[in-house]
Ligand binder design. Structure first.
Ligand SMILES: Nc1ncnc2c1ncn2[C@@H]1O[C@H](COP(=O)(O)OP(=O)(O)O)[C@@H](O)[C@H]1O
Ligand SMILES: [Mg+2]
Length: 249
């Protein structure tokens, strides 16, 4: 469904992505982990059509989506809410641009993430984690065949993060839209994904691919299994090999 084919990207003399290729299949949940500054957010900007490729191609269902915005559901690393729009208006903006906002659906989602009472508030009244949840809901209601989430839970405290992971899994298990998920959290990647791509340090290319063997629906219990621990250690070692001065992100 989503095909990344030998893409390249540089900013001036800084080569960020080098011949990166992978695929996300229909209904698949793929996580990407890699060192800080390896080009993960840049990759998402390329997929989202807000940055230009230097080489290679990005295809969605065989169609070249280079510089085509609005074909994927995209949640950036920063929440990027518009300060002059209310929370509800921020959530519905993508559909509004397509002249078909589903206000009730947006309200139902806000309710599910505990933000119903904030629908008429403005973003500056919300904490960073709450803003990130709004940004997440905005990506979900945009109703695209693939959701690209760039460290969506990184601003949340540990407890809320675990809750949001379980919540995301329950939604995904019902709807099975393809998800491409960047995280710096190894455990999060293992708990959520079908497959994990480990990137090299910059310029990014694929270092390793791990098929996650846990059955679905997944329960919290797998986090305490010997298998989980062993895979976590393996991923940790891959990242350690790619680490220079930068901390693992
Ligand atoms: N618009 C830009 N102009 C110049 N350099 C950029 C730009 N965007 C990102 N970079 C650089 O590209 C590298 C990769 O950034 P990024 O994709 O944000 O990494 P990650 O998300 O993996 O931490 C970094 O060194 C960053 O400074
Ligand atoms: Mg990033």
């Amino acid at each position: 469904m989503l095909n990344i084919q030998g893409i390249h990207k540089s900013f001036g003399s800084l080569q960020v992505i080098n011949n990166l290729s992978f695929e996300v299949k229909e209904g698949e949940f793929v996580a990407i982990i890699g060192p800080s500054g390896s080009g993960k957010s840049t990759l998402f900007q390329l997929i989202g059509g807000i940055s230009t490729l230097d080489g290679g191609a990005i295809l969605l269902d065989e169609e070249d989506i280079q510089l085509k915005r609005g074909t994927i559901g995209y949640m950036p690393q920063q929440p990027c809410l518009l300060p002059w729009r209310t929370i509800l208006e921020n959530v519905t903006i993508v559909e509004e641009l397509q002249q078909q906002p589903h206000i009730e659906q947006a309200q139902a989602w806000l309710e599910k993430v505990g933000l119903a009472q904030f629908e008429n508030a403005y973003p500056n009244a919300l904490s960073g984690g709450m803003q990130q949840r709004v940004s997440f809901i905005r990506a979900i209601v945009s109703d695209k065949p693939i959701l690209c989430l760039d460290e969506p839970f990184s601003a949340l405290d540990e407890f809320t993060r675990l809750e949001m992971q379980a919540w995301l899994l329950s939604i995904w298990e019902q709807h099975r839209k393809s998800i491409l998920f960047v995280t710096h959290n190894i455990e999060e990647a293992l708990f959520l994904a079908d497959r994990i791509l480990v990137l090299t340090k910059r310029p990014a290319t694929i270092k390793e691919e791990m098929i996650v063997p846990f059955e679905r629906p997944r329960s919290e219990g797998i986090r305490h299994s010997a298998k989980f621990y062993a895979l976590k250690q393996q991923l940790f070692n891959y990242l350690k090999e790619e680490k220079d001065d930068a901390y693992v992100d």
